[in-house]
Design a binder for this molecule. Structure first.
Ligand code: T4K
Length: 375
């Protein structure tokens, strides 16, 4: 068995391209002194990124949260919005910042995404949209969700923060719904330190997003609405351009790690992991495991601490559920008995370390701990 790592191994670590390559871009920025406000790298990045992802219209943002807040503004979403409690808290916070009431609906047990079968019961005359999350990079049941949205006249905005590069039957998952948002935070497979994007499907919406992202300015003297400042700057955009050259390499390394975890943990009673969905090209950004305490002989938190004692710092994404936080827990839809699948998932999950530079010997070490830890 490999020895305990001498340094802490975290759930993730950002991937960085060669610094010399980035320096070339920095020199240009130093020369031109164009730092922000839709500069040349910003424009080039939007174009190259859209091409890479296979989408038509993409607007980059300062981070994923601002992208989501602006996406809701762009479609003038108001009233109530149906969403999942099993996500990073930013998903619901974006609704709150728009004065929208979140309505939590439970998830399905196989891939932990919003359960379409439970959506209709939560629709009221005030419902205007659905904000599902492709959690851990697993695409939602986009067809079933769209059918409900079409029937009730609702918009669909996907939180695709975990789904960079994911395809369904060869088509980017970002092409579903009215809008999708991405995150390029340091902890994501594709990072620009901080960053994000909105993907839309027509030029009119792209223009509206463009205005809203820059204070609402349509031209030097025209302000079309209460826009915000959420533009990505030139340094981040340049970094993104360099990252794009390496992203395929990062994804391949994450797939290798996923395969090792899956093979190593197969048959360990009490530990469940998610497998690939047919027809989906995954990008393997997260490796969540779910501990069944009765079968494994230890609770999830005991396993979490066992790993910690060995210098392995997994994360309990997404525990507690968003619906349990003080801002949201008094909402009628936040009741635990209405969210049994999400409640169980939150109580069982640990996301194991996964990132391109993770040494494979540590992946084997983690598997050993989990195998030996069973009582
Ligand atoms: N929607 C969803 C579904 C999301 O998951 C997120 C973000 C958003 C929306 C919002 O997108 P952004 O506005 O963030 O673009 C992290 C991230 O801060 C957050 O971006 C992410 N989701 C969430 C799932 O995870 P924390 O609090 O767990 O991050 P932190 O700082 O504890 O980092 C985790 C580990 O990563 C650290 O233990 C060490 C390593 N790390 C982290 C950073 C920041 C590094 O090695 N270097 C670094 O610079 O939230």
């Amino acid at each position: 068995m490999t020895e305990k790592p001498s340094e802490p191994i975290y759930v993730t670590q950002p991937s960085m391209p060669p610094q010399e390559e980035f320096n070339e871009y920095l020199k240009k920025i130093w020369n031109t002194k164009v730092l922000t406000n839709h500069g040349p790298f910003h424009q080039q990045f939007e174009k190259e990124l859209a091409d890479y992802l296979g989408v038509r219209y993409l607007s980059v943002f300062v981070n994923g949260t601002m992208a989501l807040i602006t996406a809701l503004q762009a479609l003038r979403i108001t009233g109530e919005v149906i969403t999942t409690p099993f996500s990073f808290v930013a998903t619901t916070h974006a609704l709150w910042w728009n004065n929208i009431k979140p309505v939590f609906v439970d998830i399905e047990p196989d891939h932990f995404t919003l359960d379409p079968a439970k959506i209709e019961a939560s629709i009221t005359p005030n419902t205007t949209a659905i904000v599902p999350v492709h959690v851990y990079g697993n695409p939602c049941n986009v067809e079933a969700i769209q059918k409900i949205a079409d029937t009730y006249g609702l918009k669909v905005i996907y939180d695709a923060a975990h789904t960079f590069g994911v395809k369904v039957n060869g088509n980017s998952v970002l092409n579903f719904g009215d809008l999708s948002i991405l995150s390029f935070h340091a902890t994501k497979v594709f990072n620009t330190f901080e960053g994000g994007a909105i993907v839309c499907h027509d030029e009119k919406t792209r223009r509206r997003i463009y205005f809203l992202r820059n204070f609402g300015f349509a031209d030097e003297v025209t302000v079309i609405g209460p826009g915000i400042n959420a533009k990505m700057n030139e340094v981040q955009s340049a970094f993104g351009l360099v990252q794009l050259k390496y992203i395929d390499e990062y994804i391949i390394k994450q797939r290798t790690i996923t395969e090792i975890y899956r093979a190593g943990l197969a048959g360990v009673e009490g530990i469940r992991y998610i497998t690939d969905i047919e027809g989906v090209d995954h990008t393997y950004s997260y490796f969540p495991i779910f501990i069944n305490a009765e079968q494994y002989g230890r609770s999830r938190d005991e396993v979490y601490n066992l790993l910690k004692e060995s210098n392995i710092f997994g994360r309990r994404y997404f525990y507690p559920l968003i619906s349990q936080f003080p801002t949201y827990r008094s909402l009628p839809s936040a009741k635990t008995e209405l969210l049994p699948v999400a409640t169980k998932a939150a109580s069982q999950v640990i996301c194991l370390p996964i990132y391109p530079d993770l040494k494979l010997e540590y992946v084997y070490f983690i598997i050993e701990i989990l195998k030996k830890g069973r009582k």
